[in-house]
Write a protein that binds this ligand. Sequence first.
Ligand code: GLU
Length: 408
Amino acid sequence: MACRQFDQAADAISLPEAIRDRTKYPRRCLAVSLPVRRVDGSVTVFEGYRVQHNLSTGPSKGGIRFHQHVTLGEVAALAMWMSWKTSLVGLPYGGAKGGVIVDPSLLSETELEHLSRRYMQEMVNFVGPHVDVPAPDVGTNEKIMGWMMDTYSNHVGHVEPAVVTGKPIALGGSQGRREATGAGVAYLVKKYLEDMKVPITKATVAIQGFGNVGSETAIALSRYGAKIIAISDVSGGIYNPKGIDITKALTYVRYQKMLHDFDGGEPISNEALLELKCTVLAPAALERVITDVNAPKLKCRLLAEAANGPTTNAADRILEKRGDIELIPDVLCNSGGVVVSYFEWLQNLSNYYWDRDEVMTKLFAILDKAKIAVDAQKKKFQFSRRLAALTLGIQRVADAKQSRGLFP
Ligand code: GLU
């Protein structure tokens, strides 16, 4: 899917053959076995990966995913999207992604810590503040980033906070990083609704996924005055046309771990949620949930891709043909996370820390600039908004590779 998107974008900007494959394929990847002693004394060997897609424009950057369905191909695709994302928003990074095949909810806290530390131990020679800087993704969080930072720092013999981002504040994490992705999604939704002349206070929102990104998107959008009518997680969804009390839902999930049986509305399946009539639909979980099967049935006006790769290429073609749904493509929509990761890295490297207002103001300025660039590209070449975003991201990486030349 990521490769086909690349091919289409490369064709659209007539990317010269000589630079195409260099820009398209991942630079390198590492696959590791991760033995972990379980609480019952047995040992389980987990499989982990890190793919560095592009290292031409700075250290590579991207999250680490802990999920039972992780594959090397998926991690490579996610790394590729990180390259276009960081390039699109003008960060001095390449793209990378990591993953471990594990359902973290089945591990004890100690097992999770051992797995996280073991993963970083295996990556020590492959990552670093000027080589590759991991961060959280699906199934990982700031606590895990803290363990990884500690493992790396112990190895190099001094405190090295800039080796990962999305850390706890106490270890050099940035103000605003936890909510950054969701806050960025909500900000862009607000901006696009303004363009569409839809008052946000009249907007209804359905969000698939209630992890870090989905829940922060819900909080930020409800603060802007939008009505969140549906939310969901792996255990199913909740629908309430009068609006869901997000604070109550968050408290429920904090204790129950899942949305299942939350009494803030009627139950709804994840599939039905995607087809709800609403102003904004935000898939905020995994890839490929909008397919050729449900794309003809979507009833939203704005599709905000809070997740990476939620729309298949076939679905994309259907939505384009329909022409009645505005799209905020993933590489723009969820870029707030990596933007504040960049701020965190800068703060770590300079040992000078910013307050939350400064972080948010700078985040929104970068998102505004990227939005304007994408919409100008869309208009200039009559591209879809996804093609506009991808071509901008890809062109910048290709230009950098071209300027660096080929060694030897
Ligand atoms: N995992 C996030 C993403 O897909 C954040 C990456 C980062 O902060 O480096 O964009």
